[in-house]
Design a protein around this ligand. Structure first.
Ligand code: CA2
Length: 146
């Protein structure tokens, strides 16, 4: 089984600023934790980050036939991107939306996710554990037909 983790804009800055919101772990630290748990679960992992919406769209399209599940922290594009939503809907790969912070307890503009309706579910508010919870959930959603 193969799971593709996609990370959106500014997540490459994790660990450097706003530790009270996003924690002190860097994205590389999170990737290492995900890989550790994935090897216990015997899951293969792809782990990528981009600040470009189009690059994320490309990776979602390429995931078809190569990955069983996509886990995406689309960061700010969660709240703005019809392109990401359309790509997730088009490829039919079961997709889990994740966030480090509890977006529903923050500013109102973060309450709306354009990708949530085309995802299997959303995990938010658990810091880096959101990534591990999504990995564990991936095992259950992998055979879902979209
Ligand atoms: O909580 C999350 O994981 C978010 O996806 C993070 C996004 C935010 O726009 C979403 O509403 C919720 C922001 C990622 C930016 O990360 C930074 C990391 C360090 C310093 C500044 C920004």
């Amino acid at each position: 089984m193969k799971v593709l983790f996609l990370n959106g804009p500014n997540l490459n800055l994790l660990g450097q600023r706003e530790p009270e919101v996003y924690g002190r772990a860097t994205l590389a630290d999170i990737e290492a934790k995900v890989r550790e748990r994935a090897s216990e679960l015997k899951v293969e992992i792809g782990f990528r980050q981009s600040n470009q919406e189009g690059e994320l769209v490309g990776w979602i399209q390429e995931a078809k036939g190569k990955f069983d599940v996509i886990v995406i922290n689309a960061a700010a594009y969660t709240h703005t991107s019809i392109a990401l939503r359309d790509a997730i809907a088009a490829v039919g790969v079961p997709t889990i939306e994740i966030h480090l912070s509890n977006v529903h307890a923050r500013e109102e503009f973060r309450h709306k996710s354009l990708i949530a309706p085309v995802c299997c579910g959303q995990i938010c508010g658990f810091g880096q554990k959101s990534y591990i919870l999504a990995l564990e959930a991936s095992v259950d959603v992998k055979d879902r037909v979209k």
